[in-house]
Design a protein around this ligand. Structure first.
Ligand code: PLP
Length: 386
């Protein structure tokens, strides 16, 4: 039998991160700064809430949109932290991580050939998800000289007759950038002027540093009605394996997303939703503790990179640094390969995050400080030898 794979699937590459980590896993004694996943276990009181729900036999499906109590907790959390009010029963959908929410939001909104703008460097799933939804991916480059801020003027000049949506992620994976309030305001005004829908992936919103508050584009004037706010428990609550995300947005968009979700997923995992209620209602102190640790690690890693002569934007959020390594004479790819094979430290080549990002590598500081310190010593030795 000859197996035929759909053209659109043939067109999309495998994730560069996964390919790289298959090599890492085949090696011994490697320190990995590659994984975008908290090294903390989910806080105990959240795990306990899930165990308690299992003891009570709460093991069935929830409604397609998610447990009503969880949706109420989500709406309350978003109101308190993002300053946007959503109707819990009609404007909130619980998804299988932010990953699913991105996919179904794009599929709900795009007709074949519609264009989606997004900023690079960016999370690896954006371009493939747009293509799989029948859209056309239009990256806009952001630069380390501008602190990886997305310039509203660059967005406006990229808008064409087929532009339908703008996909944002602040704080950004992999750069750690956030949007200054004035630029965010300018960007919102452009979205209103050109009638764009905004999908904003704010999965790292709790992890902003130097006392900076997180500001959501959904809270800007005229934006709530054209924005789908995507968030989840994976990062700040250290709950990657529970697979819980959520989308908040206008009723018609949430209803359209729900149709795809109900036929493909049915509902998000029940246990994760039960745990999510506890996380959002009582998880603040645990999140604050992990954030303090990330901020301390960030300071150590940025200082070390600067000391070894690598240009590095000091990230304002998330848990990644994205130094430029081209001054060593190596591309991000060659730097990562040699660092891995010669010094047993894994970082991710920048080109995994966008076509313009080959001069960089991504290092995650969701790894213990002891490991980070050893990795920095090994990296300094490597850079010194070049
Ligand atoms: N969005 C961004 C920006 C991410 O960095 C990640 C994971 O690394 C995801 C979404 C996926 O999140 P989830 O675990 O909620 O699917």
């Amino acid at each position: 039998m000859s197996v035929r794979i759909a053209d659109v699937v043939k067109k999309i590459p495998r994730s560069g991160i996964r390919d790289f980590f298959e090599i890492v896993q085949s090696m011994r004694d490697v320190i990995s700064l590659g994984i975008g996943e908290p090294d903390f276990a989910t806080p105990w009181h959240i795990r306990e809430a899930a165990i308690y729900s299992l003891e009570r036999g709460r093991t069935g499906y929830s409604s397609n949109l998610g447990l009503p109590r969880f949706r109420c907790a989500i709406a309350a959390y978003i109101k308190e932290n993002f300053k946007v009010t959503y109707e819990p029963l009609t404007e909130v959908l619980v998804s299988v991580g932010v990953s699913e929410a991105i996919d179904i939001a794009l599929r709900a909104l795009l007709n074949p050939g519609d264009e989606v703008l997004y900023h690079e460097p960016c999370y690896v799933s954006y371009s493939p998800s747009i293509l799989l939804a029948g859209g056309v991916a239009r990256p806009i480059s952001t630069r380390w000289e501008d602190d990886f801020v997305l310039k509203a003027a660059d967005v406006e000049s990229a808008i064409g007759p087929r532009t339908r949506a703008l996909l944002l992620n602040f704080p950004t994976n992999p750069s750690g950038a956030i949007m200054p309030a004035e630029e965010l305001g300018r960007l919102a005004a452009i979205c209103v002027k050109h009638d764009l829908v905004v999908l904003t992936d704010e999965i790292y919103s709790e992890l902003t540093y130097d006392g900076q508050p997180h500001v959501s584009i959904a809270a800007q004037p005229g934006m709530k009605e054209r924005t789908v706010l995507l968030h989840g428990l994976s990062k700040a609550f250290a709950m990657t394996g529970w697979r819980i995300g959520f989308a908040c947005g206008p009723v018609e968009i949430i209803e359209a997303m729900m149709k795809i979700h109900q036929y493909s997923i049915l509902c998000a995992p029940r246990m994760g939703q039960e745990a999510g209620i506890e996380a959002l209602e009582r998880g603040k102190a645990a999140v604050a503790g992990m954030k303090r640790e990330y901020e301390m690690r960030r300071n150590v890693i940025v200082r070390s990179l600067n000391d070894m002569g690598l240009k590095c934007f000091k990230p304002r959020g998330a848990f990644y640094v994205f130094p430029k390594v081209s001054d060593t004479g190596l591309s991000g790819h060659d730097f990562s390969m040699r660092l891995l094979h010669e010094h047993k430290v894994a970082v991710v080549p920048g080109n995994a995050f966008g076509t313009y990002c080959g001069d960089h590598v991504r290092c995650s500081y969701a790894t213990g400080l002891d490991q980070i310190k050893i990795a920095m010593e090994r990296m300094a030795e490597f850079v010194g030898s070049l």
